[in-house]
Design a protein around this ligand. Structure first.
Ligand SMILES: Nc1ncnc2c1ncn2[C@@H]1O[C@H](COP(=O)(O)OP(=O)(O)OP(=O)(O)O)[C@@H](O)[C@H]1O
Length: 319
């Protein structure tokens, strides 16, 4: 048990290769207790592989560290005992009811009074109205809620949730996130992987990973501030033609459609303004300087040429 008490995950240099493919490259993160830590990245960027290394389910090719103070290379049994890991696949019994599934989980963890523990989880997750329904007949949102109930039932200190809201409707996603916040307020730490940008904003801190590389870490506002991006929102007619024209101009690094507008961003604010100056004057579109969103920043991070990023420092934050 080497990590300080307030650090739940402390890993350095994690690397995992499958054949020739580097799934995770030299990843270092620290996660503080009671935080909701978002693990963001596009499909195939190495999120699941990292979660599996953190629980000791998968041995890294390089790197070391601790999860809940236990060594990820040598103490996976202890880690598993204290971590609730919700995988992407629904892994409960389709032909058992919600209540039966939860009682079953309580029994395999040899918890005393399994019926009471199942009932507590049912109340905690608001599952009362569906407690007698077969798990296989539940909608995606209810299934996820049941899976979360099964995860917290043994009383873990840390939740590792792998894309828990994938394929779930917006209201159910919102309810799920409210529950994660309530659990964090009760003392749990949650590492949540997702590729939904709106969910990034619901996390206390984030790590953004793309194709195996850690590109940025920290609270949302800090990641945005450190990006040094200048962004303009452009509305009006002929945005497609404008977008094509902008692509060839210096100082413009990213153009992303957001509803009926474009977000035009650049890392060199002066060069960007010089390029757009004549277009702002001429119209017919209207331009407005806007604060970059976390999505603008992530689009920018992913589109930078490899090697153009500042390497994350030892605590995982990039300069
Ligand atoms: N057991 C494995 N054998 C071979 N390749 C693997 C294995 N597990 C993962 N990979 C590859 O490693 C890369 C990272 O995969 P990983 O599942 O960790 O990404 P992810 O960010 O969780 O993606 P998703 O959002 O799609 O779940 C992918 O290219 C994937 O194909």
């Amino acid at each position: 048990m080497s990590a300080p008490d307030d650090i739940v995950i402390d890993v350095e240099g994690l690397t995992k290769t499958f054949g020739k493919q580097v799934a995770v490259r030299n990843l270092s993160i620290k996660v503080k207790r009671r935080l909701i830590y978002g693990f963001l990245g596009p499909n195939g960027s190495g999120k699941t592989t990292t979660l599996r290394m953190l629980t000791g389910l998968l041995r890294p090719d390089g790197g070391h560290g601790t999860c809940l103070g236990y060594d990820i290379l040598r103490q996976s049994a202890e880690i598993k005992r204290h971590v609730g890991y919700m995988t992407q696949r629904f892994s409960l019994y389709a032909d058992l009811t919600i209540r039966e599934n939860l009682e079953f989980v309580a029994r395999i963890h040899t918890l005393p009074h399994p019926r009471d523990r199942a009932q507590e989880a049912i109340v905690r997750l608001g599952l009362e109205s569906r407690a007698g329904q077969l798990a296989g007949s539940l909608s995606g949102g209810w299934k996820q809620r049941l899976a979360l109930g099964a995860c917290i039932l043994p009383g873990p200190e840390l939740l590792l949730l792998d894309e828990p809201t994938a394929g779930v409707d917006p209201q159910a996603r919102r309810d799920f996130w409210d529950e994660i916040h309530a659990l964090a307020a009760d003392g749990l730490t949650a590492l949540v992987s997702t590729h939904y940008m709106d969910e990034a904003e619901r996390c206390h801190e984030l790590a953004f990973i793309s194709y195996g590389d850690l590109l940025a870490t920290g609270p949302v506002e800090e990641i945005i501030a450190r990006s040094n991006l200048s962004t303009y929102t452009v509305g009006g007619p002929d945005l497609d033609a404008l977008s094509r024209r902008l692509k060839s101009l210096p100082g413009i690094d990213n153009i992303a459609p957001f509803g009926n507008a474009l977000h035009v961003s650049g890392r060199d604010g002066a060069a960007l303004e010089e390029s757009i100056g004549p277009l702002v004057e001429a119209g017919p579109q209207h331009w407005q300087k806007s604060a970059p969103t976390i999505e603008d920043v992530f689009i920018d991070l992913v589109s930078r040429p490899k090697g153009a990023l500042a390497a994350p420092s030892k605590d995982g934050r990039n300069a």
